[in-house]
Write a protein that binds this ligand. Structure first.
Ligand code: NAD
Length: 284
């Protein structure tokens, strides 16, 4: 069994982003800029935002965080996004999800200028990704694809089961795998017999948010398991959706939590923001 080290790979990506940022600054006087909008007091959302802020600072990016109260109206959020769309120092806009229930998330995401949609959630970018055109791609699935590339894991013809079908994780993950010629099955809360699918798969990718969902008897010998889930236990520790200790010995490759997909998501966000900067400034 080999661990897929998301921390090491993300440092490699971030080092490259930092050095390209230094070059952009020196040669063109351009600094990549990322705006983050976070609504409400959810501690997990604020923790993710502060990690993104730190990574931006380390890479030499300009970053601003708009912290808004839970009670803010949809129109006020739209106003802020429209301001960021026009701000020439900002090349990437990220809305930290989830948003409060009185806000229509899809409507908010549609307001982001697709050229600054570094999370790849705008329908314009989603449509381009599905059709295999160049686009911004959601950071978490993009990070998983980078892991496959780094570890020389060939996806062509592989049976891959994606567990979880959200717009930000499972659906874009499935599209990218299909574009890479894998045979993809997408499962979700209404799937009748999850184990019947996962136990036949060459690769299982799970992003659900249920501790211990994927058990030893649901994985075939030699399978590759990618755990996107992040769950905080009562003692404060983080675990994924996979019963890691029992599942890992059966796998050829597996990602740990923490230290797997999580760090890759942030690295891809910075990479996407750097690309957005180059595209907007015509430096591609
Ligand atoms: P979500 O709630 O939007 O979607 C969850 C999906 O899982 C849904 O499609 C649902 O049908 C499915 N599901 C729920 N229970 C299930 C079950 N028992 N069996 C099969 N499918 C089931 O969540 P999300 O935003 O997609 O996030 C999913 C998980 O991934 C969470 O733990 C989240 O914290 C994590 N996440 C991690 C990263 C990262 O960087 N590692 C990024 C985004 C999300």
């Amino acid at each position: 069994m080999q661990l897929i080290d998301g921390r090491a790979l993300s440092s490699k990506v971030l080092d490259r982003v930092s050095s390209q940022t230094q070059m952009l600054k020196k040669e063109k006087n351009i600094t990549p800029g990322l705006a983050v909008v976070v609504v409400g007091d959810d501690p997990a959302s604020h923790a993710y935002v502060s990690m993104k802020e730190k990574a931006c600072k380390k890479a030499g990016f300009y970053s601003i965080v708009h912290k808004m109260p839970e009670s803010i109206s949809q129109d006020e959020i739209i106003e802020i996004i429209e301001m960021m769309n026009k701000n020439s120092h900002i090349h990437g806009i990220l809305i930290q999800l989830p948003l409060p229930s009185h806000v229509d998330t899809n409507k908010i995401l549609e307001v982001i200028d697709p050229k600054k949609d570094v999370d790849g959630f705008h329908a314009y970018n989603v449509g381009r990704m599905v059709t295999g055109l160049s686009s911004f791609v959601a950071c978490t699935p993009l990070g998983v694809m980078k892991m496959f590339e780094e570890y020389d894991i060939d996806l062509q013809g592989k049976d891959v089961v994606v567990v979880g079908a959200s717009n930000i994780v499972g659906k874009p993950m499935a599209s990218l795998l299909l574009n890479a010629n894998a045979t993809v099955t997408v499962t979700h809360i209404h799937t009748k017999d999850l184990a019947s699918h996962t136990s036949k798969a060459d690769i299982v990718i799970v992003g659900v948010g249920v501790v211990g969902l994927i058990k030893e008897n649901m994985i075939k010998e030699g399978a590759i398991v990618i755990d996107i889930g992040i769950n905080r236990l009562e003692d404060g520790s983080l675990v994924g959706d996979v019963d890691f200790d029992k599942v890992a010995p059966k796998c050829s490759y597996i990602t740990p939590v923490p230290g797997g997909v999580g760090p890759m998501t942030i690295a891809m966000l910075l990479e996407n923001t750097l690309q957005a900067t180059k595209q907007i400034k015509g430096n591609r």
